[in-house]
Each structure stands twice: as C-alpha cells, then as structure tokens.
Design a protein around this ligand. Structure first.
Ligand SMILES: [Zn+2]
Length: 452
C-alpha cells in the first residue's frame, strides 16, 4: 500500500531538514579550518530528530564525523547501501541569497513553498529523506527483506576519506552490496530543450577527476634582458596547444540510451533520429558537440586550465612557470592515456607533466534487476518522469564503493528545476516542501520493495 502523508508528517519532516540545514557543517581540505563543533552538533541533532534510527540500528563512526548504520534485514544475502553526505560547501558572502543561507526559512519558490538554504539539495535533503523513511518504517514495525546500510560521509565536498573508511569497514565485514544509491541524478525538470516530462536521471557511471600541473623551468633573471622562449612563454604555448587538441569524442552507451529513451518526447522531426541513437552514434556525438559545452562534456574527456603561476614581481622573469589543468576523464579513457594525450598535444619535452591528483572514471553499472527496481520506484512515486541512465560529470563519494560493488547508482529522489540544479554549490539553493515529502516516500518505497 502506498504511504500517505498527513499534515503532521509534513511538518515533522520539514522541521527535521530545517534543523540540519541551520547547522553550518562546511568541510575544508585543511582540517584546522573545519568547525568540528558544528559537526558534533549535527550528529547530536540527528540523534534527536531520528531517535528510532539511533536506537534500532547498529552504528559505526567512520572518519571524523561519518556515520555507517546497519539495519539488519530478514536476509544479509543482498545488502543495499543508501548514501548521502553531511558536509556542505561554503557560501559566498557576496552572493545575492534571497534568504539567509543557513536560515532554512520556508518561503515561496516558483514551484511552491520551499526550504531555502545551503545543503537543502546537496545533500542534507537526502540525509533527511533516507533517515525519515527508515524512521517511519521502524515506527510501522517493518523489517527490510535485506540488510540496509546507511552511509553518511562528512567530507564529500573536499574528496575526503570518510567514505573510503566506510568501504574498508564493509570489506572487512565481508559485505558485498547488491547495489548502492547515492546523490547525483534527480527528477530533473527542463532537462532537455523541447522535452516536456521530467527525466529521472540515474547516474550509472561518473567521470574521473584528475589534476595535472605543467611545469616549465629556465634561467629567469632581470626583466630588462629577456630571452626568447622563457618558462612563461612555453607554459602559455602549452596551454594553447592543449586547448587546440580536444580529446576524441564519442557518446558512451548510457548517453545513447538516454537519447533513445527521450526520443518519444522530443519534437517530431527529431524522433526518428533519437530512437535509433544507438545505431547512429557518430551523428549523435556530432549533435551533442554542437549543442554547447554542457552537452559536449557528455561525449569526451575535458580539460580546463585553472591555476597559473610564474614570476613573483613585475620586473622579474620567472625561473619556473606552472599551469594547473583540471581533467574530467571519460569512461573508456584512463589517467595514463590523458598524460600521453597531453604530451603529444604540447609537443615540448621541456615541459614536465606532474599528476597532482589521479582519478579514473568509474565503471559503468549494469542496467539489470537493481536498476529496474530503482526505475519502478521512480515510476511509482514520480509517474510523470522518464527514468533513464546517464553519465555524471561531477564526482560523488559513491565512486569508492565501486571497489566492493558492481551496481552503484547516483540518484536523489527530488524534483528539481533547472534553476534549482544551478543553485547547487552556488546561491539560492532550495528544496520544495512537497519535493521533500516525495523524496521520503521514494526511499520508503525502495526499502519496502526490496525482494526476499
Ligand atoms: Zn553532494
């Protein structure tokens, strides 16, 4: 039977999200700059808001403030892991927030009343969605058919190690999850121009995040006697050469499947083309490349020049010049392949390429029974949405779980407009009140539908 939501249930879950959003758990790569008191308060608040979860589930602390809960099911043969993270990105004090970023005010939005604040979408909405679903099921005396693990990291936004610690714990306990659900996709409204229904986008893989530094060295010296081809000029030339040598593009299987699934909903002239997307992959790839940077990023490894450094003074020639490149590695490519490509593009043996951060793309999760279960729960709670796989551009904690699990899916069960998606990591982040309630229902449905 479908769960019903009364007015009191609604107030209850909204109040819980407000309570968590009001605690500014901003993570930082430098541990000294983390407000550990805020994280302590958040964990205490979670205990207050979700008493049954804390009383009924086994809890292991991972990392500094990460939580790993085990809810024993009727069977431990096919355990599942529901993930979210407790930390948020900082706010830009100059950004024009319509409501205080840590105020969690309820105010109108273009789609109705919403909770406004940092972390409502990324990712405390998921924390509350998961915990409230479990809380309601515990109240109802439900025993899940399979073990359900809840994994909440505390340093996702700074690529921290809490999720790795959770994976280590599960590995040591001999737990091989049947599937994992983490943040990432959503019920995305206005996802494609001309497509009316929202898309239930389920990330089946994510690009790898890799950073390299190009380093040029030379004699440097006084700016009054410059020589040609100094370190700064060579770095500048290298950046331009990298920009002129994009990685080869080819739409991967999940992208082609996405095209096929939206085909019935695109304007009539495009329908026959997209419905055969898998057979005309090169044409689809060309179309995506022409459709702007966002669509183009779906087809290949991308490189962005980010940091630059050189001379410390206006009248000094640099003896060392450096440029940072942030690379998002596409499924099918490798970090080693990226370095080879850059070396060939730069055509200058005097430039050193240092890999500062190495992240391979995640394997593609299969679209078998677990994927179909997720799809059917989307169908139940969001009947207007078109479920589809896709390639995630950003990184999530769930990438670490690919070491112990074949089926890792990135999906947050919340309706989001384009403006809401753009507010993530930016300003005016907000989650609709009814969207939050639907999200709780989706997690609840997923747990209830776990097969024996
Ligand atoms: Zn996140």
């Amino acid at each position: 039977m479908a769960a019903t939501t009364s007015a009191t249930d609604l107030d209850r879950v909204v109040g819980k999200l407000q309570a968590l959003v009001r605690i500014p758990t901003v993570s930082d790569r430098n541990p000294a700059r983390v407000d550990t008191d805020a994280f302590d308060r958040l964990l205490a608040e979670m205990e207050t808001q979700f008493p049954r979860v804390h009383a009924g589930l086994e809890l292991t602390r991972v990392g500094t403030h990460g939580l790993l809960f085990r809810w024993p099911g009727a069977s431990d043969a096919r355990p599942v892991v529901l993930m979210a993270h407790l930390d948020v990105v900082p706010i830009d004090a100059d950004a024009p927030w319509q409501h205080p970023p840590f105020g969690a005010e309820i105010a109108d939005s273009p789609t109705g009343p919403a909770i406004w604040g940092r972390g409502t979408l990324d990712d405390k909405g998921c924390v509350v969605g998961i915990c409230e679903a479990v809380e309601l099921l515990l109240e109802a005396g439900h025993v899940p058919a399979q073990d359900v693990w809840l994994s909440f990291g505390c340093d996702e936004e700074v690529s921290g190690t809490a999720a790795l610690a959770a994976v280590d714990h599960l590995r040591a306990a001999g737990v091989r999850p049947w599937f994992v659900v983490d943040e990432g996709g959503a019920i995305a409204h206005e996802a494609f121009p001309g497509v009316k229904p929202p898309l239930g986008v389920i990330g089946v893989t994510e690009k790898g995040t890799t950073s390299v530094e190009l380093v040029a060295e030379g004699r440097g010296g006084h700016a009054s006697t410059p020589a040609r081809n100094g370190p700064t000029a060579r770095i500048a030339r290298a950046i331009l050469r990298v920009e002129k040598s994009p990685f080869p593009a080819s739409a991967p299987a999940p992208t082609l499947e996405l095209m096929r699934r939206i085909a019935p909903h695109v304007p009539l002239p495009l329908r026959p083309l997209l419905s055969r997307a898998d057979r005309i992959a090169p044409a689809v790839t060309r179309a995506l490349l022409a459709a702007g940077p966002e669509a183009a990023a779906m087809t290949r490894t991308t490189v962005a020049a980010t940091t630059l450094s050189g001379s410390p003074a206006l009248n000094v020639i640099a003896s060392t010049a450096k440029a940072g490149l942030n690379v998002r590695v596409m499924v099918g490519d490798t970090v080693a392949g990226v370095v080879d490509h850059l070396r060939a593009a730069i055509k200058d043996d005097s430039i050193r390429i240092d890999v500062v951060e190495s992240g391979e793309p995640s394997p593609v999760s299969p679209m078998d029974d677990a994927f179909r279960l997720i799809e059917s729960c989307i169908g139940e709670v969001f009947p207007d949405a078109v479920p589809t796989p896709y390639v995630m551009m950003a990184a999530t904690d769930s990438r670490h779980f690919t070491e112990i699990c074949e089926r890792v899916y990135r999906f947050a069960p919340f309706r989001m407009t384009k403006a809401q998606r753009q507010a993530i990591h930016s300003y005016d982040e907000h989650l609709g009140v009814s969207a939050l309630v639907d999200g709780v229902r989706w997690y609840r449905t997923l747990i209830e539908r776990l097969p024996a």
